[in-house]
Design a protein around this ligand. Structure first.
Ligand code: LUZ
Ligand code: MOS
Length: 756
């Protein structure tokens, strides 16, 4: 089945925040932000800006009737700076005018005097200065220290992985509309409508029921709108509240890039110990997360780094620790994978380093340590229904790894200007919000008089196709065509107190709730049919819009059944709640069973490096992926391909750069390179692993949003294997992304004079 949104997408009819029909007299807003990364505000002069014709009003923290606070996990983030600024791009005021053009012009007229304070831009500097967001956390299994003493090989090293810009095509934005009695309706491009509702209520000092948040769809989120869609909605609401007029605030690309946080850069160190037969006996790692100037979701992201620190390997002795380091960068935030990729990069680096030093192919160590049923993760969960070996075996056999390696060898033997490299990348990703209480959702299903259906859930459509999956579920339960089902906008008045659409869990949580509601309605309808047809409800089934009695089609149609139910005064609306069973986690012990299940897979990536230029191409990526039993193959394949491209981008080309003053240098698409049609792998082949799926996945179809991003880590190592084929003196690097500049330097480096 196609993604149902594709029809309106290709016609240009899909609606985003900027497409909302605004009320007459709507004002437009622009954010005035800090042009220093850290400092004391000595004075601000808004007079010239205020005097500009068309400027309505300028709002600052002084106009906040409630709390000047937007922090989610920790209350450490003001909506507007008061006396100090903590990052370049930190909002200070909101300029509201008749047009965005005028507001922008007025912004240029604001005069500000900031007395600069010392700034910190890296996690290491922050750690040295004891600048931490929260207390560091650690997971521990066995006795790593003791185990290292028994190892035949021990290697240590340091790694760096850079941030990543979300680059959703639709920038951050919101439209706030005052209704009667002080109520406000907000149309927001957010993954978390409830977070917006709650924060607006808190900042305005009013009850949540006065705030309605509505989301049609997002032009991409990728985690960037899990927490950081909130401030813009709050600002628009604040202005609408004071002006009693609608206000639209949409960031332009430059403002968005400068003001919003990104994936967290990590500086990490590791120690890995192996036996002669290549079993990893002990692993230690310390992760320094660059959290930026406020907590945002950083502690949760840090936690997921620990959960994924050993990727898809069983390691009996583990000691991993993470510190969220406070720096003067924009608060970094959720990004597809949510700290998992950062953790997995380090173990893959450690394994590559070990293989390089021992002088064997990396894949021999990877293969020797793959997770199995009944192995324990460092956080206490026992692995079940593990597909690590399954996907590995299937990938290496189906795609004939020996032949692929021979191809690479033969190519390298007969070419000097180009070299090929190959790498394997197994993945294991835990599905559930790591914060157990967040794992729930609701669905509200109406069957209308004519037999058509409207479904509201907490799921936010952001291109991932969740609406299509919800339709499939209902269509399947009632056995009616998809055209009879509509997925409503995500709205806090219909589905309240929701978790954000995140953690790859949206289809599972909301799908299970939808399934539950539909099944209750089905049961009710069967009873109506049974009474009318004078049989028992158990004898009734619905098929292709007809009522069947014991597999025999009756003349009784779906629409007649609905009319009959109305006459019988049967409720045609149902609301269902679903909370993931079985999961729990005890943070005092750092042990538990936090994930409903894990998603596995194995990728084989081949790269060709141009040894004159340092540029590279990915010849092919061949994947065996654990979809469970995919309910929507087209959508799921799209998620794997998209995540792979995004992962390759993070690892090989996307280079976030701040200067020493904390100013974003990669502030446009001319200075920030994302994967495009020319840089995606020339061939991508994805096949499903044979499996029974998992009962906690919706219709046994496993979560697919985030896990495949981590296949991209393989690209980093494939490139380095190509460099090694050209320069036998090359020393492996663990400083991502592997940009063409770094490749070029690696091709011609002489380790005797190298810095590394
Ligand atoms: N968001 C969140 C997430 O709040 N908790 C999580 O565990 C998570 N995991 C992945 C992506 N977003
Ligand atoms: Mo996310 S990183 O699932 O918002």
């Amino acid at each position: 089945m196609k993604n149902m949104d594709s029809y309106t997408h290709v016609r240009g009819e899909s609606l985003y925040v900027d497409d909302v029909n605004v009320r007459q007299g709507t004002f437009h807003a622009v954010v005035f932000d800090s042009s220093k990364a850290h400092g004391k505000i000595k004075s601000i002069d808004y007079s010239e800006a205020q005097a500009l014709e068309g400027v309505e009003r300028i709002f600052t923290y002084k106009d906040i009737p409630g709390e000047n606070e937007i922090g989610g996990i920790i209350k450490d983030e003001p909506l507007f700076a008061e006396r100090e600024v903590h990052f370049w791009g930190m909002p200070i005021a909101l300029i509201v005018a008749e047009s965005e053009f005028i507001a922008r012009k007025a912004r240029g007229l604001v005069k500000i005097d900031i007395e600069e304070l010392p700034i910190i831009t890296t996690a290491k500097q922050a750690k040295e200065n004891d600048s931490l967001i929260t207390k560091p956390r650690s997971f521990s299994l066995g006795d790593a220290e003791k185990a290292f003493a028994d190892c035949d090989y021990v290697f240590e090293g340091e790694t760096f992985s850079n941030g990543q810009e979300h680059l959703y095509i639709e920038a951050q934005g919101a439209y706030a509309e005052p209704l009667e009695n002080g109520n406000i309706k907000i149309t927001s491009s957010t993954q978390g409508p409830t977070a917006v509702q709650k924060t607006v209520a808190q900042v305005l000092g009013i009850a949540m029921h006065k705030i309605e948040v509505d989301v049609t769809r997002l032009g991409g989120g990728f985690g960037g709108k899990e927490d950081q869609a909130t401030p813009w909605a709050v600002m628009a609401a604040l202005a609408a509240y004071h002006l009693n007029q609608s206000v639209k605030l949409i960031l332009n690309r430059h403002d968005d890039l400068r003001m919003t946080g990104k994936r967290h850069p990590y500086e990490s160190s590791y120690k890995i110990g192996l036996s002669k037969d290549l079993k990893i006996l002990a692993y230690e790692a310390e992760f320094l997360q660059n959290a930026g100037a406020a907590a945002d979701l950083s502690p949760a992201v840090a936690e997921r780094t620990l959960f994924h620190a050993t990727n898809s390997y069983y390691i009996p002795n583990v000691e991993v620790a993470v510190a969220s380091c406070k720096t003067n960068l924009p608060p970094n935030t959720a990004f597809r994978g949510f700290g998992g990729p950062q953790g997995m990069f380090v173990i893959e680096a450690a394994i590559a380093k070990a293989a390089h030093e021992i002088g064997i192919p990396t894949r021999r160590i990877q293969e020797a340590n793959l997770l199995d049923d009944n192995d324990v993760f460092s956080y206490g969960q026992i692995a079940t229904k593990v597909e690590a070996k399954n996907t590995w075996k299937s990938a290496t056999a189906t795609f004939n790894i020996a032949a692929l390696e021979k191809e690479v060898e033969d190519f390298n033997a007969s070419n000097s200007a180009f070299k090929k490299g190959l790498a394997l990348m197994p993945i294991c990703f835990g599905i559930s919000f790591t914060n157990t209480p967040m794992n729930h959702a609701r669905a509200l299903v109406h069957i209308y008089l004519d037999g058509s259906i409207g479904i509201s859930t907490a799921a936010v459509e952001m291109g991932q196709g969740v609406n299509t999956k919800m339709m499939q579920i209902a269509a399947d339960v009632f056995s009616i065509p998809i055209e009879k089902i509509k997925i409503e906008t995500t709205n806090t008045t219909r589905v309240a107190n929701t978790s954000p659409s995140a953690a790859s869990s949206t289809a599972d949580l909301n799908g299970k709730a939808t399934l539950k509601a539909c099944k209750v309605l089905l049961k009710r309808l069967k009873t109506v049919a049974a009474t009318y047809l004078k049989v028992t409800a158990e004898q009734i089934t619905l098929k292709d819009e007809f009522v069947y009695i014991e597999d025999k089609k009756s003349k009784f149609e779906w629409t007649q059944l609905i009319s009959m139910a109305m006459l019988e005064r049967v409720a045609l609306t149902e609301n269902a709640h679903y909370a993931t069973p079985e999961i729990h986690f005890d943070k005092t012990k750092e042990k538990g069973h936090p994930f409903a299940y894990h998603v596995y897979g194995t990728a084989i990536i081949t790269a060709t490096v141009d040894c004159m230029r340092g540029t590279y191409e990915f010849d092919s990526v061949k994947i065996v992926h654990d979809y469970g039993k995919s309910m929507s193959e087209g959508i799921d394949l799209g998620q794997v391909e998209g995540a792979l491209a995004q992962g390759i981008g993070w690892m090989t080309m996307e280079e976030i750069a701040y200067n020493d003053e904390g100013r974003l240098l990669s502030n446009a698409l001319s200075t920030y390179k994302i994967p495009d049609i020319f840089s995606v792998p020339k061939e991508v082949e994805v096949i499903p692993v044979e499996t029974q799926g998992h009962e906690l996945a919706i219709l046994k179809s496993k979560a697919v949003g985030e896990p495949p991003l981590m296949y991209g880590i393989g690209a980093y190592f494939a490139i380095q294997n190509a460099i090694k084929a050209f320069n036998s003196n090359y020393d492996l690097k663990f400083h991502a992304p592997m940009t063409p500049e770094k490749v070029l330097m690696g091709l011609y480096e002489n380790p005797n004079t190298s810095q590394h």
